[in-house]
Design a protein around this ligand. Structure first.
Ligand code: HEM
Ligand code: NAG
Length: 328
């Protein structure tokens, strides 16, 4: 046979085969935009804003849909109900992690973030225990963070910027974690910062550990994306989600209002191990800074665009701007 004809025949067979495999697998997977051979749905995704692309697609295909990146199917979960149902109610099945190609090159594909099964469980237990023991020791994490925060202190000052800080902490001692429960406004501001900036919009990718029945679908071992944006910016839970408003976490009497939709650290079995450390740092740094400084923007606040992130891939980074720390 003419080698050219053979080649064309071979390529056509491969294409047909890939189509057929797509179709037979799509039978069990949730619906989604029709993938092109080889590239899948890549053209339907704006790589500069993946999270927004997913939100747009969910308007057409609903809260559970399938997307092909290349030949690989990814099941996308959008909105609080679907995300919570998977990560919490089906926690065990949705706790897997596929390796990410760039990290695959290093042969030791372990570590807590990318491992699975028994290895992951062991490392995770160890990490949590280490962080906890560290916290219970004589010099707790709190002391260390306090000490770090204290380095920000320049001199003792007359006035404090924030009423709550002035009233609960005063200016003669460092903030500590016990203060937080008596500072609902400060707490609400921190919750709102994390909600508003939506640091990790589509979470880290998960994978299902076995074939799992989810709603009306049978999901095989594929990658799972969960949109944390869709939870943090839910407009029923947080009226006007695109506006920064600590009131999202306060009730009418000014008490802290906790929300199940607060998921910047994800939820379920893979939830961020560093959550309490991160939240402790945020609280101690913010209160210590405000205890000692007035913050002043160099440009008019109205001119600042706080809505448009400077990067929006795996992490969504807020725009940079200059701030003056004026000792109070
Ligand atoms: C504001 C700061 C932070 C945010 C918003 C954040 C958010 C997240 C998110 C969304 C995940 C993925 C969870 C999932 O797959 O469902 C994660 C995983 C993880 N985070 Fe964080 N994180 C923060 C700080 C930290 C810190 C300070 C540490 C270390 C002490 C840490 C350690 C980890 C680890 C080890 C995992 C992997 C857990 C696993 O796969 O089992 N994170 N984080
Ligand atoms: C999402 O849809 C809106 C309205 O149709 C459109 O203006 C926007 O460009 C889309 N964004 C992405 C990232 O697909």
């Amino acid at each position: 046979m003419d080698p050219v004809v053979a080649l064309i025949l071979g390529v056509s067979c491969l294409l047909l085969l890939s189509f057929w495999r797509h179709r037979s697998r799509r039978g069990k997977l949730p619906p989604g935009p029709t993938p092109l051979p080889i590239i899948g749905n890549i053209l339907q995704i704006d790589v500069k804003d993946i999270s927004k692309s997913l939100t747009n697609l969910s308007k057409v295909y609903g809260p559970v849909f399938t997307l092909y990146l290349g030949m690989k199917p990814i099941v996308v979960l959008h909105g609080y109900e679907a995300v919570k149902e998977a990560l919490v109610d089906h926690g065990e099945e949705f706790a897997g992690r596929n390796s990410i190609p760039i990290f695959k090159r290093s042969k030791k594909n372990f570590g807590i973030i990318f491992s699975n099964g028994k290895t992951w469980k062991e490392i995770r237990r160890f990490s949590l225990m280490t962080l906890r023991n560290f916290g219970m020791g004589k010099r707790s994490i709190e002391d260390r963070v306090q000490e770090e925060a204290r380095c920000l202190k320049v001199k003792e000052h007359e006035e404090s910027l924030d009423k709550e800080i002035q009233c609960v902490i005063g200016r003669h001692r460092s903030p500590c974690m016990q203060d937080r429960s008596r500072m609902p406004y400060t707490d609400a501001v921190l919750y709102e910062v994390q909600r508003y900036i939506d640091l990790i919009p589509v979470n880290l990718p998960h994978a299902v550990t076995c074939d799992v029945k989810f709603r009306n679908y049978l999901i095989p071992k594929v990658t799972i994306w969960t949109s944390l944006t869709s939870v943090l910016h839910d407009n029923k839970e947080f009226p006007h989600p695109e506006i920064f408003d600590p009131g999202h976490f306060l009730d009418e009497r000014g008490n802290l209002r906790k929300s199940d939709y607060f998921m910047p650290f994800s939820s379920g079995k893979r939830m961020c191990v560093g959550e309490s450390l991160a939240r402790m740092e945020l609280f101690l740094f913010l209160t210590t800074i405000l205890q000692h400084f007035h913050l002043k923007s160099q440009v008019d606040l109205k001119e600042l665009d706080t809505d448009t992130p400077i990067a929006n891939g795996f992490a969504s980074l807020p725009p940079l701007y200059k701030l003056c720390f004026i000792p109070v």
